[in-house]
Design a protein around this ligand. Structure first.
Ligand code: HSE
Length: 414
């Protein structure tokens, strides 16, 4: 029998205990060992829990118990999860986690300690909830050079955008609904400002390219500035707006890595990923496009991924699963101002004809986009590829002419 511990008894943590207990027999068959939860760590009291005898408030109980071989860290946040994980790995215990913030910020260091101690640090649940993505990328697609990863990585923002697109609901109302349904947190900043998706694409990029891409290296923009007018123009253009986390290797070897809203053509596989679902597209040089789709959040889907990692660790006690990336630095990433893409712009102007003339002078091959019910003082267009710096300069020239930029959104090639 292998003894394990679960740190954190929130939504995911309680799900992990539930899955381990309810599937005890089938898990034992798959792991070829019975798995027993010896400790559940939480500072809160759970007197009515059927597992009340397992609770402890002392991390040292877990750290100093040599019988505990695998620990699930489902506390979230960097502190104290980082300190705890480091101590556990240094003690030679394997750790599994759903904690994307910790993996995205400290992954290289923790993976290095795991390697030195011949232990494992696994984090399938950190991206895409129950969708298998970390293991497929590190094992099944191992023969490929990953050319690009792009995905809808945040369920909350995808739900909000879907409501805006399908029901013409405003951002604030859609956010309120997401909160009522329990998708968005009370403080939804990490979701709507793109930080959650940023951590996830940083993890996938680190995995794909073998060097740690820290979240602060990723240009990140959320969906708070998306207006219903932009949604309507995207529809006229032939697509939808989605919050996309994307990384691709450019010809000069640098990574174009961003989280930002993008215009996506309706024919794209990601355009039909709606509501709280996630979709992740991995382009391999041998496989071509591979798409992963499913529920990217939620108690049991996420717990299922955590428990799968526990089983993997139990099957590999004293042996290493090869998931690794080395430390990275800013030189790996193309500065955002130098990235090149086609763009959609919506402006407010006194005279559409004058605006169109200025736009055709300043942008590359601009095409006007029209929508029904457009206001007299609005003008929107799609233009061909320019660097972000060139776009900003051209936009500045428009502003000087009294033409106000109301929206500027990347047009994707997905
Ligand atoms: N807040 C996240 C989301 C949860 O909405 O996708 C899963 O990471």
């Amino acid at each position: 029998m292998v003894q394990v511990a679960v740190m954190g008894h929130g939504v995911v943590g309680s799900g992990v205990v539930e899955v381990l207990e309810n599937h005890r027999e089938s898990i034992a068959k798959r792991a070829k060992e019975e798995i027993n939860i010896k400790y559940i760590l939480d500072i809160r009291e759970f007197p009515d829990s059927p597992y009340a005898d397992k609770f402890t408030k002392s991390f040292d109980d877990i750290l100093n118990d040599d019988d505990v071989k695998v620990v699930a860290e489902v506390m979230g946040g960097v502190n104290p999860a980082y300190d705890f994980t480091k101590k556990l790995l240094l003690a030679g215990k394997s750790v599994v986690t759903s904690n994307k913030e910790l993996v995205a910020t400290k992954g290289a260091e923790l993976l290095e300690i795991a390697k030195q101690k011949n232990a494992n640090y696994l984090f399938e649940a950190s991206v895409g909830g129950g969708i298998p993505i970390i293991r497929p990328m590190s094992q099944c697609l191992a023969a490929n050079d990953v050319v690009e990863v792009a995905g809808i990585l945040n369920g909350t923002t995808n739900f909000i955008l879907t409501k805006m697109i399908r029901e013409h609901m405003g951002f604030e109302d859609a956010l309120k609904m997401a909160q009522q349904l329990g998708y968005a947190e009370k403080d939804p900043t990490a979701d709507v400002e793109g930080h959650d998706a940023c951590r996830k694409i940083a993890i996938l990029a680190s995995l794909a390219y073998g060097k740690h891409i820290y979240p602060e290296l990723v240009h990140t923009q959320g969906i708070t500035r998306i207006a219903l007018e932009d949604v309507a123009y995207a529809a006229s253009w032939g697509g939808v707006i989605k919050l996309i986390g994307q990384v691709k290797r450019l010809d000069d070897g640098k990574l174009d890595i961003t989280v930002e809203p993008m215009f996506i053509e309706s024919s794209s596989q990601l355009a039909g990923v709606d509501d709280v679902f996630n979709g992740i597209l991995v382009k391999g040089d041998a496989t071509g496009d591979v798409v992963f789709y499913g529920k990217g959040a939620g108690k049991l889907p996420t717990a299922s991924a955590v428990v799968a990692d526990i089983i993997d660790c139990v099957k590999h006690l004293g042996a290493r699963k090869y998931i690794f990336w080395a430390d990275g630095d800013a030189s790996l990433v193309k500065p955002y101002e130098e990235t090149v893409y086609p763009v959609y712009i919506r402006v407010e102007c006194d005279d559409r004809k004058l605006a169109a003339e200025a736009v055709s002078r300043l942008f590359k091959n601009p095409r006007a986009i029209v929508r029904t019910d457009a206001l007299d003082n609005e003008y929107a267009f799609a233009a061909d590829e320019m660097t972000v710096a060139q776009q900003e300069e051209a936009a500045g020239e428009l502003e000087k002419l009294g033409i106000k930029i109301r929206s500027k959104i990347r047009i994707s090639d997905l």
